[in-house]
Write a protein that binds this ligand. Sequence first.
Ligand SMILES: [Zn+2]
Length: 275
Amino acid sequence: MNPRRAFLQTLAGSAALSAQASELEPAGNGYAHLRKVRLWESTRKEFREWIEGPGKKLVIVPTGSTEQHNEHLAMINDTASVTLVAEKAAMLSYPRVMVATPVPVGISPHWMDRKGTLTLTKETFLAVVFEICESLVAHGVAKILVLNGHGGNVLPLREAVPGFAKKLGIKIETNSYWDSYSRDTIKKHMESNKAPGHAGEFETSFAMAAFPERVRWEGVDYAKIKPQLRIKDPKSAIQEEEFAAEAKLASTAKGEAMIDIAVKWTASRVREMLA
Ligand SMILES: [Zn+2]
C-alpha cells in the first residue's frame, strides 16, 4: 500500500473500521460517511446545522484508557473499542446522534507497574468528563450518553454522572458498552465465560475483528515472555497469566458477534434516551 493511502486509512480509523461502517448505513437516510457522526471531524457549520436542525439529538461521550493490555494488545485498546461501538451505534441512529472526541486516558493506577500505562486520578478524569459535557450543553446538547470502555472508570462514572445531570440540568446517563452482555450471551460466545476481562478472550477477539493491526499475536505466548517480567504483586501476576492463556481462545468471529451485540444494544439505549 502506498504511504499516502496508508496515512489516509489511519485518519479514517482503520481500513477495517471504514469498510464495516458502510455496512451499517441507516436505512432510508441515504449514504452517510462515518465522519458525519464524529464531532471532531465536523466543521462548526456542520455541527451548528446538526444541533439546530429538527428533531431531538444526543451526543455519546466515549471514555477509555491508555494502559497496558498484556504483551499482545495496544495501549489504546479500550478507547478504540468504545469509540468503535459509539460510532457504529451513531451510524445506526443517523442523523440523530453524534460522538464527541473520546477521553483517551482513564483511571488505571492498578497497571502502573507495567510500562507505558498512563493514568489520571479519579478527580481529574471526572473533571474532564464533566467539562466535556458542560461544553456540549453550552452548544445546545440536551442529552448525553457517557459510554465507557474501561473497567477502572465504571464506578466513578456511575457515582458522579447523576450529579453532572443535575448540575447541568439535562439528561446524562452512563453505561459501559459491555452492559449489553447478559450472562447467557457471555456463556454462548466466550469459552472462558468472561467478558470484558482484561486482554483475555473477549478483548482480544474484539480487537481481532475491529482493528487487527493492533494485535501482536506473537505476544500471546506468555511462557516465553514471563521470565522477563517483574510484576510485584503476585496475585496480579497470576491473574495476568490467566488472561494470557484465555487470549489464546480469541477469534475474529467471536469478536464480530460481540461487537454486533454491543452496537445494537447501544443504539437501542440511545433510542430510549431520545424518546
Ligand atoms: Zn482493556
